[in-house]
Write a protein that binds this ligand. Structure first.
Ligand code: NAP
Ligand code: F7E
Length: 357
């Protein structure tokens, strides 16, 4: 009898999917990933995991499909018969969701519904566990701080609204169809693999390009937004732990520490010897290097959101107590590893640019 566990990851080409695939392969899983057809290459984050084994012995397999296409999901689940499904696929950019609200809902709200329907339709309710990538964005205009599993939702974007729907769909399939279905309510988590148009990566990549002489300055939106930022690699372990419990449940995953976009800029730039201070206010505010007077940060209102989430701070006590999950990477370590990686990305030697701590 084959006792190797089989996992199916949607969103495997994304930041979290790539770290989760690595994590599960190291645990000895056979990992199947869902990829959608794109006209340009989008497998950079998982390329290193491919083709390690001879044909027929590959423990990492990719399959074409799309969360918008029930038939593709259903037939893959029939074929793979996974023990665990991690639904990480999403239109994950909050700002973009205002421009593509119906599409965002189709992927993020109806996508997980399609996966859960396929689990039930294939008779796998008893044998296949389901993880849903829920988000702190559901707390939106926060009704209490810090946010816990009992804090009411107050979503402020089409993205957040779509994820609230998926959150309740997951609970409904647990209660109505007895599926082992869990929500991981994750606060922001970042890494060198973070998409380039999320604020942390935008800052570290821009910093590296400024140092490489490829960019003059960085344009940002709301500098005062506050987030609870962790490291993606720590968070994929939490996804797995959620599905290893005797009972399905929902958990907050966060660091319990909060910083502003402004703090992130200062921390990243200070690692490379800049001392960023702020002058002016509103859209006229600039960040300049105190040592040289050079303006390195400007505000561009096109990055403001129609409705902003000003502050998020999570309390992950439940996950710490029940799952024994603890975030391992501090804010400073996270910024450091992202800056180091982007210096390399820009063709620079980090040893020449990173100030010793
Ligand atoms: P990401 O880097 O944007 O990755 C999203 C993944 O979803 C990509 O693999 C993308 O494929 C895939 N995808 C998008 N639309 C799809 C569709 N219609 N069918 C199939 N696949 C599709 O996101 P992430 O940061 O890894 O986040 C993973 C999940 O956690 C997302 O659901 C996100 O909403 C949620 N989340 C993230 C955070 C965070 O801070 N990172 C926090 C809370 C929750 P392509 O490569 O083809 O685009
Ligand atoms: O914005 C502000 C922006 O786009 C963070 C996704 O993974 O985490 C992520 O959503 C903050 C916001 O992430 C720029 O207004 C300022 O207040 O990096 P972000 P997000 O919106 O928090 C949650 C948990 C998810 O679930 C999502 O999938 O930074 N900000 N200036 C900016 N943001 C961007 N993107 N670009 C700027 O220039």
């Amino acid at each position: 009898m084959n006792l190797q566990k089989i996992a199916f990851i949607t969103g495997v080409t994304g930041q979290d999917g790539s770290y989760l695939a690595e994590f599960l392969l190291k645990k000895g899983y056979h990992v199947h990933g869902l990829v959608r057809r794109t006209s340009t290459f989008n497998r950079g984050r998982i390329e290193h995991l491919r083709n390690k084994n001879p044909p027929g012995k590959n423990t990492f397999e990719l399959h074409y499909g799309d969360l918008l296409d029930f038939q593709s999901i259903d037939s893959l689940i029939t074929h793979i018969r996974p023990n665990e499904i991690y639904n990480l696929a999403a239109q994950s950019h909050v700002a973009v969701s205002f421009d593509t609200s119906e599409y965002t809902s189709q992927v993020n709200a109806l996508g997980p519904l399609r996966v859960l329907q396929a689990i039930v339709a294939n008779g796998l309710s008893e044998t296949c566990r389901f993880y849903q990538a829920s988000t702190s964005e559901m707390f939106g205009k926060v009704l209490e701080t810090p946010q816990t599993e009992t804090t009411p939702f107050s979503p402020r974007s089409p993205y957040a609204i779509s994820k609230v729907s998926a959150y309740w769909t997951t609970i409904n399939y647990r209660e109505a169809f007895n599926v082992f279905a869990c929500n991981g309510i994750m606060f922001n988590h970042e890494s060198p693999r973070r998409g380039e148009n999320f604020v942390t990566r935008k800052i570290t990549l821009s910093l590296a390009k400024i140092l490489a002489g490829q960019q003059e300055k960085i344009f940002l939106g709301n500098l005062d937004a506050r987030r609870d930022w962790g490291f993606a690699k720590d968070y994929v372990e939490a996804m797995w732990l959620s599905l290893q419990q005797p009972q399905p449940d929902d958990f907050i995953f966060s660091t319990g520490q909060q910083y502003s976009v402004r703090d992130f800029v200062r921390e990243a730039f200070s690692l490379c010897g800049f001392d960023i201070v702020w002058r002016g206010s509103g859209t006229d505010e600039v960040g300049f290097d105190k040592n040289t007077n050079r303006v390195l940060v400007e505000v561009n209102p096109s990055f403001f959101r129609l409705t902003e989430v000003d502050t998020l701070l999570g309390d992950s006590s439940k996950a710490q107590n029940i799952l024994n999950w603890h975030p391992k990477t501090t804010f400073k370590e996270l910024v450091n590893l992202m800056v180091e990686s982007d210096l390399k990305e820009a063709g620079l030697d980090p040893r020449k640019f990173l100030k010793p701590c």
